[in-house]
Design a protein around this ligand. Structure first.
Ligand code: MN
Ligand code: MN
Length: 294
């Protein structure tokens, strides 16, 4: 398969899993069951997870994913953002949707979804990334809500989940021109809060950075597993807990982060505690409009 076919195949997997996972996000369901379902099916359908399924609820905006024995369950009215990625040969499809649990969609859900739709309508070669941001900002503000200014869309390169260019969710004044064939993800976030996110200082998602001297034998072994299984793509503490036990995974990951072999992504929360929604598609920039493959 060439790179194009890989992108399309990865896209087919997540498109199918968006449909299949949505009915699972109901009151009382466990986060970890939804994450495991999507990740297991991603493999069954012929891909691999490009990153752990992010399940970020209410004011938690991104980078949350359940632990192996996570007791958390959904509550009626929760704003649940399911962000999933599949890759085939390192070529990534990245997509997200928001469910308001057992409740009809409200303006907060509609705002990010409409902003994504509006953004997709203006994508073409020659448009600047900040012009896309302006469209997102305008659409979300028309609902009396605000975009999250420090979360962005991004390019997608082989084995790189977030590459240049970044696609802002507002007009940041300057940007780069998109060109035919660029592969990008656009992901508006809307909130009734302050419009920014901050670190929650909880770490559940990691990625390999570089080989550094690692004295601890368990950590050395784990680093080899990480490189072998996940390459440079993000992975979950939960995944290593399945292989090594949760206690060992937690311990060795802390050690690997301290030694700068592994990077830890902080869970991100809305700065003012506002609720947050997200919508995301991956696409290829084409003369006659975006080829949305998720
Ligand atoms: Mn995503
Ligand atoms: Mn993304």
């Amino acid at each position: 398969m060439d790179s194009y076919e890989c992108y399309i195949k990865a896209g087919e997997i997540v498109r199918r899993l968006k449909e299949e996972s949505r009915p699972l996000v109901v009151e009382g369901a466990r986060y970890v069951d939804v994450a495991n379902f999507i990740e297991d099916k991603t493999r069954e359908y012929g891909g691999a997870p490009a990153f752990p399924v992010n399940i970020s609820v209410n004011n938690i905006s991104a980078h949350d994913t359940p632990t192996l024995d996570d007791p958390r369950t959904f509550t009626k009215g929760d704003y649940v953002k399911i962000d999933m990625g599949a890759h085939v040969g390192g070529y990534i499809a990245d997509t997200a949707y928001t469910v308001r649990v057992d409740s009809p969609d409200d303006d907060l859900v509609k705002a990010s979804r409409d902003a994504l739709k509006a953004a997709l309508e203006v994508v073409r070669p020659g448009i600047q990334t900040n012009e896309i941001g302006a469209v997102i900002d305008e659409t979300i503000r028309s609902y009396g809500l605000v975009p999250i200014e420090n979360l962005t869309g991004h390019g997608l390169e082989q084995y790189v989940a977030h590459s240049a260019p970044s696609i802002p969710n507002l007009d940041v004044g300057a940007g780069v021109k998109l060109k035919e064939g660029d592969v990008i993800a656009i992901e508006p976030f809307a909130t009734d809060g302050a419009g920014s996110v901050m670190d929650d200082e909880t770490y559940l998602i990691f990625k390999y950075i570089s080989d550094r001297p690692v004295r601890l034998q368990l950590a050395r072994k784990m680093l080899a597993t990480i490189k072998n299984n996940y390459n440079t793509l993000p992975f979950a503490q939960r995944w290593l807990s399945k292989i090594y036990s949760k206690r060992k995974a937690e311990f060795a990951l802390k050690y690997l982060v301290r030694s700068s072999s592994v990077y830890a992504f902080s869970v991100l929360k809305e700065s003012d505690g506002g609720n947050v929604t997200q919508a995301e598609h991956s696409l290829i920039v084409r003369e006659d409009g975006p080829e949305i493959y998720t």
